[in-house]
Ligand binder design. Structure first.
Ligand code: UGA
Length: 436
């Protein structure tokens, strides 16, 4: 008989996983403590923006295979339980907060039937899976636990879930691996690499991958700083080094750096965990990666000041982009929004535009001014900052925009705009890591 699945935590990861597993033909129940989220999802409405997931969710709800509830006893029917709750940075330090992971395992434990498998997907400090196994061995000794990290990117969540570039499963028993092979059979059939690991390695794979990606971005941003000092051009440098297949072009886009709910918190939690394990020195370089990343935000502000004035109180600055990346409405640790807030705090009149992220951004920074229409945002501006690389910003006409601003100053914080085009229209064009 086909396996039944439960997904605990229906945020970004959980909602995507639940809808995707349902689309593979499984009966899936999503459980969350947030009644409002559950009500919305049950109607087939997505509480956040993710291309393609809205249609998939609705389709799966209508199929009858996918349901959502706040009642944890609903998991009693399921054979496999995916833990997809958040592990945010703790309020009092760098470490990850495991409250929700522990609470969700405790909440489902009384309802676990014989031979059921609990599968952690959340990003956790190494050692968490073992600790949860011990927790389960007391409350539900008949259940097994495995770890199956998730590598999905916002903006590509459905594709990354249904066609991942690898599946990693941390297991203790052969049976757990067999069950997971059954769940992912149709994905394995696509020749997706399958990696069986022990629990600590599976947990580490996830944070190692995100640390590598963060390092790659900060590496190119460090090169951008050197290019600025030496009169070079980081975009040409990145293009040139990327042709070496050992280096590759991806994640070498210099600019205002990484943000979001994953990379920043994951590298910090990884450092904190390494220190607990007595391996602090091994990850000290990640502190530098974090600092290079945060410095990129400051460098944009320095460029604004050096072009306009140290005193920004008389200037209107239009910020294009609030989300941490395009095709998402996520503003968690968004470099764009951070820069907007810093300029606002420095006394500038800041107007922020974003195609999808205005509401979440307003919640986070209610004192900033937001504008739904790009032209209204830039009208009479003394400077435009291009900080999130939404496609529509690349389509802006420098001539047209030039006719409505007060001063033709544009700073490309993502190295994505056509510099020649903007300069030909009379703009002062600055970009991070490019000197001429
Ligand atoms: C990241 C990882 O890429 C996923 O593999 C992982 O599963 C996910 O975190 C997670 O842990 O759940 P995501 O947070 O969606 O995914 O965003 P990325 O596409 O990695 O971008 C992160 C940030 O880096 C963005 O702010 C982006 O603008 C920035 N970035 C990316 C650059 O500044 N330069 C680049 O070349 C690439």
């Amino acid at each position: 008989m086909a396996l039944k699945l439960s997904v605990v935590g229906t945020g970004y990861l959980g909602a995507t996983h639940a809808a995707c597993m349902s689309s593979l033909g499984f009966t899936v129940v999503g459980v969350d403590t947030d009644a409002q989220k559950v009500a919305q999802l049950s109607k087939g409405e997505l509480p956040f923006y993710e291309p393609g997931l809205d249609t998939l969710l609705l389709q799966e709800i209508e199929s009858g295979r996918l349901t959502f509830t706040t009642d944890f006893s609903a998991v009693a029917d399921a054979d496999v339980h995916f833990i997809c709750v958040g592990t945010p940075q703790s309020k009092d330090g760098l470490a990850a907060d495991l409250t929700y992971v522990k609470a969700s395992v405790a909440a489902i434990a009384p309802f676990l039937k014989d031979n059921s498998l609990v599968v952690g997907k959340s990003t956790v400090p190494v050692g968490t899976a073992q600790m949860l196994r011990e927790q389960l061995s007391k409350s539900a000794p008949h259940a097994d636990l495995a770890w199956n990290p998730e590598f999905l990117r916002e903006g590509f969540a459905v594709e990354d879930t249904l066609k991942p570039n690898r599946l990693v499963v941390g297991v203790v028993t052969d049976r757990a691996e067999q069950i997971l092979k059954e769940v992912y059979a149709s994905i394995i059939a696509l020749d997706t690499p399958w990696i069986r690991a022990d629990l600590p390695t599976a947990e580490l794979v996830k944070v190692a991958a995100n640390s590598f990606l963060a390092t790659k971005i900060s590496f190119i941003n460090a090169m951008a700083e050197v290019c600025e000092a030496a009169g070079g051009d980081v975009t040409v440098l990145a293009k040139a080094i990327g042709y070496d297949p050992r280096i590759g072009h991806r994640f070498l886009q210099a600019g205002i750096g990484f943000g979001g709910g994953c990379l920043p918190k994951d590298i910090r939690a990884f450092m904190a965990r390494a220190e607990e394990l007595g391996a602090k020195q091994a990850l000290d370089f990640l502190r530098e990666i974090d600092e290079i990343n945060l410095r990129a935000r400051q460098r944009v502000i320095d460029v604004v000041r050096s072009d306009l004035s140290e005193d920004l109180t008389k200037y209107k600055i239009a910020v294009l982009g609030a989300t941490f990346k395009p095709d998402s409405d996520d503003v968690r640790d968004s470099p764009a929004l951070d820069i907007a807030a810093q300029l606002h705090a420095a006394g500038a009149k800041v107007v922020v535009h974003d195609p999808k992220g205005i509401e979440p951004a307003r919640k986070r920074f209610p004192t900033l001014t937001f504008e739904e229409n790009v032209e209204n945002a830039v009208v009479d501006a003394d400077a435009i900052l291009h900080l999130t690389e939404w496609k529509e910003y690349r389509a802006l006409d420098p001539q047209r925009i030039g006719s409505i601003v007060k001063s033709k100053l544009i700073i490309d914080g993502r190295n994505m705009l056509d510099r020649d085009l903007w300069r030909a229209a009379g703009w002062r064009f600055h970009a991070l890591g490019r000197t001429d």
